[in-house]
Design a protein around this ligand. Sequence first.
Ligand code: ZN
Length: 53
Amino acid sequence: MPRVSNYYKIENGKLIRLKKTCPKCGDGYFLAEHEDRWSCGNCGYTEFKVKKK
Ligand SMILES: [Zn+2]
């Protein structure tokens, strides 16, 4: 049984996602974090991080 709590934390009463899930593969697949992007090891989906000014 996966420990879902590893992927979430509660901060000021709000649920914060620590990891992004793959929109193609579904909730069971998490994107691996890189310096400038997120990527799915399953399907290769890549999401680039947007830097806020
Ligand atoms: Zn995927």
